[in-house]
Design a protein around this ligand. Structure first.
Ligand SMILES: Nc1ncnc2c1ncn2[C@@H]1O[C@H](COP(=O)(O)OP(=O)(O)OP(=O)(O)O)[C@@H](O)[C@H]1O
Length: 573
């Protein structure tokens, strides 16, 4: 109920449209009683008394009432569609906005396919609640009330008999509503499971082909798809019993009224026309009750979907994205003091970290895989928040700084360069929104990327494909470097690529990186000897702790872990 009410609370944003719909619904519905009234008049008065002159106007009245009913109906549907699309747009927009404010930790635990399911499927399911809730629910309730009043006016005894099935219908609806929650949740879960697998597999299609996993993955997909089929069939089977059951109850009502009406006729209490009109009215009374059952089914599906939407909307966003202070300028003096952090496990991922970078220095982080190098730089950008100690930039603790400002002051070149599915230009201007073409080419030249971009069919306007799939690893790297150059940040975080590229490309990337690191404080997760050699200080990490620090020559002469890393080629020549 809470979820349904929250969906409906979105409607408050458009009170005028809601009121107009209500007006059309009430006016249109009032028209349904005209035809039974005309029928009664024709059968009981006009025909017995052969009032030819009244027949034409009465028929025209019935026709006019139907015309008005459907005209208002058409208006209501048009209003409803616009209204519903506006609400859905708001809901999608709110959901996307919230998604962007959620911490990375949240995304670590949520498959992409699951999020896609919420935006792509759950929101349309919520939408059904809105369209049908208003279209069927509102009209049905008004119709039941209006027709009910007319039924009691026409014949109280028959009206009371007509109400006999109502308690049973209500009990049936209640039972169905209570039990359907879990069935619908299971459908949403199964759908999300299938979509998550699909998303993962499409993204990993190269790996599937390379490892010839097609058959295995097909059966995994079929298993997820079968789970969705089973959950959907469960909902449908119960519905297949419930709906005809409810239909039968309303038919019992019709038969009861016919029975009692026939007795009334024989006893001379009522006229034939009254009974015929009553039976017509009764149909208009039971039809919307059946619609309400259909609506109940839709609302239950929408509620399960709505829960998933509101779960995201209710998740706590990252703090300090707009609040927090900024500094007038950054010189790039970075200090880690006794920093500790854990992703949630018992053993801290990094602990007791003390590290210092003077403005303009290059700091190299080396260590075996899983040592905590990426974690350390993720703490500086506040992608994750440290649990112990403090990190300062120019003396200001980063946990006091405005995150958006902090991140805009830091350039981050990741090992796997992520490019968005757009043009080269669109990927570059992320670094500087208002960059001119001249600036873009200048940055590309510094990143040694102007040559290949110049040779692309449409130059800067060439589409790079999803994740930059149409470019080589080396080309993507250099576009990322150009993007970071455009941003011109005082602090740079660089995760050196380990992927092999040919010597010439490597040289080009290296000179581009050297230019990028010039005159700014740089933290490099280093995999190459050439980088560590030039570093002002190298920190050697192992299992989340700094075990050695110093310059290359210094550390080699100590003959410790670093010297071993060099010998074992973990740092490439
Ligand atoms: N998002 C995450 N959630 C949970 N644990 C994580 C997460 N990211 C990393 N870890 C764990 O934290 C530890 C340190 O990982 P990190 O990526 O910092 O290592 P690294 O030194 O950068 O390794 P590599 O050189 O292989 O990239 C690893 O044990 C890893 O499994």
């Amino acid at each position: 109920m809470k979820t349904t009410l929250r969906v409906f609370s979105y409607l408050r944003r458009y009170p005028l449209m809601a009121a107009a719909q209500l007006f059309c619904a009430i006016t249109g519905t009032l028209m349904v009683v005209v035809f039974p009234a005309v029928t009664r008049e024709v059968l009981d008065v006009v025909v017995p008394k052969a009032q030819w002159d009244r027949l034409g106007p009465l028929i025209l009245t019935a026709l006019g009432a139907y015309f008005a009913q459907h005209l208002f109906n058409s208006l209501r549907i048009m209003l409803n569609n616009t209204f519903e699309q506006k609400v859905i747009y708001d809901l999608r927009s709110d959901l996307y906005q919230r998604l962007q404010t959620l911490p990375l930790r949240w995304f670590d635990n949520r498959p992409t396919g699951d999020i896609m399911t919420t935006v792509g499927e759950d929101i349309p399911n919520v939408e059904r609640v809105l369209i049908d809730g208003i279209e069927q629910g509102l009209v049905a309730i008004i119709q039941i009330a209006v027709v009910g009043v007319f039924m009691f006016q026409a014949d109280v005894t028959l009206a009371l008999w007509a109400l006999v099935p109502i308690p049973f219908l209500a009990a049936g609806a209640l039972g169905y509503t209570r039990s359907s929650k879990d069935r619908h949740r299971a459908v949403r879960r199964a759908s999300s499971g299938m979509n998550s697998l699909l998303h993962d597999n499409v993204a990993g299609m190269r790996q599937i082909k390379a490892y010839a996993m097609e058959a295995e993955e097909h059966s995994r997909f079929n298993a997820a798809s079968a789970a969705l089929k089973a959950a959907s069939l469960h909902v449908m089977r119960i519905w297949a019993i419930y709906r005809p059951g409810m239909h039968f109850l309303t038919s019992v009502g019709m038969v009861l009224v016919l029975w009692m009406g026939a007795r009334g006729l024989m006893e001379g209490r009522i006229e034939k026309g009254d009974l015929a009109a009553f039976l017509l009215l009764l149909k208009f009374f039971y039809d919307p009750i059946e619609q309400l059952h259909q609506l109940n089914q839709i609302i239950q599906g929408g509620r399960a979907a709505g829960e998933r939407v509101f779960e995201i909307l209710d998740t706590e966003p990252e703090t300090d994205t707009v609040e927090g202070r900024t500094l007038p300028a950054i010189t790039g003096h970075v200090r880690y003091e006794n920093v500790g952090f854990s992703y949630g496990g018992k053993i801290p991922t990094v602990h007791g970290i003390n590290l210092e970078a003077q403005p303009g220095q290059t700091i190299a982080l080396v260590g075996s895989t899983g040592a905590g190098k990426s974690t350390l730089i993720n703490l500086l950008t506040r992608f994750y928040e440290y649990d112990e100690g403090v990190i300062t930039i120019d003396g200001a603790p980063v946990h006091e700084l405005n995150k958006a400002w902090l991140r805009s002051s830091i350039g981050y070149v990741t090992q796997e360069s992520f490019l968005f599915n757009g043009t080269v230009r669109e990927n570059l201007v992320i670094g500087k929104r208002n960059a001119t073409d001249e600036e873009l080419w200048e940055a590309l030249a510094s990143a040694n990327a102007d040559g290949f971009v110049g040779r692309l069919e449409k130059g800067l306007d060439t589409k790079v494909g999803e994740r930059g799939v149409k470019l080589s690893v080396g080309e993507k790297q250099r576009i990322s470097i150009a993007r970071a150059l455009l941003r011109n940040p005082p602090i740079l975080l660089l995760d050196e690529a380990t992927a092999s590229v040919d010597t010439e490309t490597e040289r080009q990337i290296q000179t581009a990186l050297d230019r990028l690191m010039e005159n700014r404080t740089s933290f490099v997760i280093a995999h190459r000897l050439s980088t560590v050699r030039h570093a002002d200080c190298i920190y050697v990490l192992n299992q989340g702790k700094i075990l050695e620090k110093g310059t290359h020559d210094n550390l080699v002469s100590q003959n410790g872990i670093y010297a071993n890393l060099c010998k074992s080629s973990l740092i490439k020549n």
